[in-house]
Every structure is written in C-alpha cells, then in structure tokens.
Design a protein around this ligand. Structure first.
Ligand code: FES
Length: 309
C-alpha cells in the first residue's frame, strides 16, 4: 500500500511517531496487537515497525521509530526525510507476536522503544477487561517514549514505570520474575541487553508461557563464521561460504525464498530442518522451534545441514 504521512510528532527518547493513512480508502486492513508492518525505504531496504495505534481505529496506522545512529540507516532516513504529506510504501500487517486468548493474568515487559507492540497489547487487554500488569523500563523519565499515551489511555494501577536514574522505581528482573503463577503468560520486547536479561530471568518459566519480539538479533561473541553446506530435498548441494548468508547462497542456487528484514528478526525466511546441526543466531524462533526450524538470513550451521526445501 502507498500510505500518506498525516501526522509526525517527536516523543522522548529520540522517537518519531508517525500516522499513516490511505488517500483513497477510508479503512486499512485490520491488525491485532503485536502486529507490525514492513516499511519499504528508497534504498530498497525493508524495515519492520510495530503498530502501536488502536486496532479498533482502522482509519490510520501508527508507528514509532527510534533513531538509531549506529543502526543500518533506516531509522535515520525516516527521521530526516519523512514529514507530513510524504508517501511511504507499507505492507499489510503481519503478526509474529500474537497475544494468546487466555483468561489468566498477563505480564507485559517493555524496555524503551519495545513499548510499541506492548502498548497495543495493554490496550487490548484493558478493553477486554482481562488482568494484566505492565512494567516499562527506561534509563530516565525524560527518555520514555509514549508515556503521555500510557498515562492517558491505561489504568495507572496496572502500570509500573522503572527508571535507572530513580532508585526508588528500579526493579530487579530476577526478583520480579522469580515465581511465575501457573496460568500467567509473559510478553516482552526491548533492546538487546533488556531481552537478554529477561531471557535469563525467565529461563525457569514453563514452556509456552514466555513470548517475545526483538528488534535486533542477539549479539554473539563466538568464533567468526565458518563455511558449511546445505542440501535440499532433491539432493542439490548448496555450499555456503564464510562471508555469505545461507539465504544468499540458496537464492544464488535458484531457491525462491521470501525474505524481509534479512536480519533474523521478522521470521519471513523461516524454513524447516530435516537433519544437521544449526547455529541459531536469530531473534525469532522459540526454544522448541529451534529443534526443527531455521532462519537462513542470519543463522548458520556446522558441517552439512539438510533443509526441508
Ligand atoms: S528475512 Fe527476516 S528473519 Fe529472515
């Protein structure tokens, strides 16, 4: 869809909040909390942004973009070039971070710009009258995006704000998450350090109760990439050089694979593993999925990996 920017406002934390509307259609395709859209940039790159607006208001989509000067350039371009009246190519919404329809309590954890999908979830739970707690962490109050929206739209008795520079508000994640209630579901999103900390603190939570969405793949300090080999169902052998992704090697061999972020965070390129030892580097697959699924845009393998392609 070609959508027009109808509003753009700055939020704390170097975040730009953008409203997008269709010029001819009054309603956009529906979306659920946790959904994102792909925004296509002029250099051909694609970036994913969570929809943080109200799913019951389909007259517009709202995204919030944090400027990442050390990132891959997409957010800086949006901050510098996007203004009211611009047109942006935007995909229909997709959801890799759905909110399960359960009656038990929900714990929502957001770090910084990770509030975008979490805010949509909190709004939906509040509207459904379901019990939830939102813990929102930033370095300081002055860097907390969308705080005014939270204060305006959510029940303040269900929201806890935590600031690194206000000791009385700090919360220890290990202590907060030490005792999962049997029917609770937990959703979290934030920058890599926050994701790693919540991952550690929830290692003992029951399988299937912890859900996350990451904006970047986790950092790996292991050895430099090694070449490996992929074999396909028809026996085709695809060598993957050390400086090439499995996705690029598969495409060069004529395998048609959809891809979007090419950074291990969206799940578009996911495929099945039949045999072999993958080295997972993505931020999409659950522990269970890692036993039989593979993200070829970023993950690698040792030796020979047989894929279900
Ligand atoms: S293209 Fe997004 S995870 Fe591979």
């Amino acid at each position: 869809m070609k959508l027009t920017v109808t509003a753009a406002r700055k939020e704390p934390g170097d975040v730009l909040v953008i409203d997008l509307k269709h010029t001819r259609k009054p309603l956009l395709p529906p979306f659920e909390p946790g959904s994102h859209v792909d925004v296509h940039l002029p250099d051909g790159k694609v970036r994913q942004y969570s929809l943080c607006g109200d799913p019951t208001d389909l007259s517009r989509y709202t995204i919030a973009v944090k400027r990442e000067d050390v990132g891959r350039g997409g957010s800086a371009w949006i901050h510098d070039a996007v203004a009211v009246g611009c047109t942006l190519p935007v995909s229909a919404p997709r959801n890799h971070f759905p909110l399960a329809q359960r009656e038990g309590p929900t714990v929502l954890l957001a770090g910084g710009i990770g509030i975008t999908p979490i805010l949509a979830m909190a709004r939906a739970l509040e509207r459904q009258g379901k019990p939830y707690k939102l813990h929102y962490f930033t370095r300081s109050r002055a860097l907390m995006p969308l705080l005014s929206v939270i204060e305006r739209e959510l029940d303040c008795s269900t929201v806890w704000l935590h600031f690194d520079d206000e000791p009385e508000t700090r919360e220890d994640l290990e202590a907060l998450l030490s005792t999962p209630s049997s029917d609770a579901q937990l959703y979290y999103c934030g920058p890599p350090g926050f994701m790693a900390a919540v991952d550690r603190a929830t290692a003992h939570w029951p399988e299937g109760t912890v859900h996350f969405e990451a904006f970047q793949p986790p950092e790996h300090n292991d050895a430099p990439p090694e070449p490996f080999t992929i074999t396909l169902r028809d026996g085709t052998v695809v060598p993957v050089a050390a400086d090439t992704s499995a996705l690029a090697a598969l495409r060069a061999a004529g395998v048609l694979l959809m891809a979007s972020c090419e950074n291990g965070v969206c799940g578009t390129c996911e495929c099945g593993i039949l045999e072999g030892q993958p080295i997972h580097r993505d931020a999409v697959l659950s522990k269970e999925a890692r036993t039989h699924r593979f993200i070829p845009c970023i993950s690698r393998a040792t030796g020979v990996l047989r894929l279900d392609l």
